[in-house]
Design a protein around this ligand. Sequence first.
Ligand SMILES: [Zn+2]
Length: 600
Amino acid sequence: MNIEVMMTIITSDSIYGKRKSKTHWCLIKCRRQFLSAISMLLCLIAPSSLFAEISPERILDGISILAHDSLEGRKVGSASEIKAASYIRRQFSSIGLDPAGTNGSWYQPLEFTERIDIGKENSLVVDGQKYILEDDFRPLKNSLNGSFKFDQLVYVGYGIEQDSMEHHDYERKDVEGKAVLIKRFAPDDDPHGPYANHASLDSKIAEALKRGAKGVFFFTPEGEDEDMPALRRRRVSEKDIPIIFLKRTIFNQDRPTPEALAQSEFSGNVDLIRRKNTGINVLGTVKGGKVGADERYVVIGAHFDHLGYGGKGSGSLYAGSDRLIHNGADDNASGTVGVIELARHFKSRQNDLDYSLLFITFTGEESGLLGSNYFVKNPTIDIEKVSLMINMDMIGRLEREEKGLGVFGVGTSPAFSKYFNAYDTLSDFKLNTKKSGIGPSDHTAFYNAGIPVLHFFTGSHQDYHKPSDDIEKIDAEAEAEVLEFIAELVDRFANGKDKLEFSKTKDDAPGASPRFTVTLGVMPDYLTEVKGLRLDGVTEGKPAGIAGLLAGDVIVQMGGYTIDDIYAYMTALSRFRKGDSTSVIVEREGKRIKYPIHFK
Ligand SMILES: [Zn+2]
């Protein structure tokens, strides 16, 4: 699960109920009541017993290999990633899949930028005056490399075009072929306000590019914190213009205002060093045996990479100083083994299928959904034929009663809505559904390509992105049930059906996340339905951890804000700045406890 996008899943609607009992479920029932000879006998005479059963023992075996210390956390671009990939390849091959990677192989290699370093040759001269890197300016990591010279800039305020507020910063300003000077932030910073989708650097850069600007210079309005969070790696896509952040030291007596600054001549050079590495997706197919089965595909995927040894910028939430392996048993050895088990299951039913399946384990999810994005742009099968994409990310720790199984993307096809809206009464799974096709994992790339997606998730926890995400905490029995459930859904939506109709969901654009300048250091629980914000984890050394908040606490109040849900929490958090002190009230075991919080 990718940490940077965790905060964007916020549309939730829950379904409770009991699953319908059908012949198809016979095998699961059997496993649960394997002592009952009679039900076992009934199972054996049911047709589904010919299919490969999903096995908790094999799930455990697979996770114990992928999450073993010898695989060193499966970091994309490392030798251990290759070890993990070859394990998956051997499984695919022994099950009898056909290779579906590049040039008939099992693998799809992809090059990615592992790191962007600031080079030595960065310079900025304004009206003949030389400025100093970091003290006065810094190129943003999506900038074009090379020299630039602009006789003057066009000052466009916030650089926002917003219709409902009739806010038009570009009105009567021709910026084509020129460089623009843009103020950071927006007139108001309400994360659900009219400017929420317009305040990010990304959306401002996009607006400038749309109008043909040839350079973008940002500055921070007076009185605001000048710290610029490092551009999130997944958001760094190289643009073909220079993009530079100016510190306020650039203003002086001769040019005290942005209007005056824009009259100056700007020249200089950008030098960013993009360090490349290679990762690999692993792919295999099962072609359905019925006529026309190669006309429709179901993609079943999960990422197999994790955080390696953690460290700065890796997404690790481990605060200690020792270098520890992040085994990622739940995130996402659980999903990887899920792909392998489902491959085995569907291979055993190959002849009866009137659709085909592509099984894919993605690399580089933790570094910004690299593998899935690459596959969607460079598909090894005809992407037009993909009817449905199933993603599994963290499916090994089902909490039946409290959280249930997260099923995200149920709004991405009318067929899903119909089924999940009616899902009730007889089933024994509690589900927690969300409509959005955009989320912190690999299904997002497929949704963005217009493919209906379902993403499965058993919830976050205290061990999320920490070295303690280990096999002991995996519930393989429950994972087997989740996989049986997924297999049933694939049948329901693919077998004997036309290609699924796609529908767009009401999503938060990437720029929509509110502007947080502080962090509390908590892992919100996205699945449990409570009034308030329940915490799955608390990071040591961050404000909540220092104050004494614990996993399981429910935040109900922060400063003057009542916290009913994650929306209210995000709104409240976006209002605090570094150095602020406030208090939070949490509910813990029926008691309300108040803690002082200091944002660092
Ligand atoms: Zn993750």
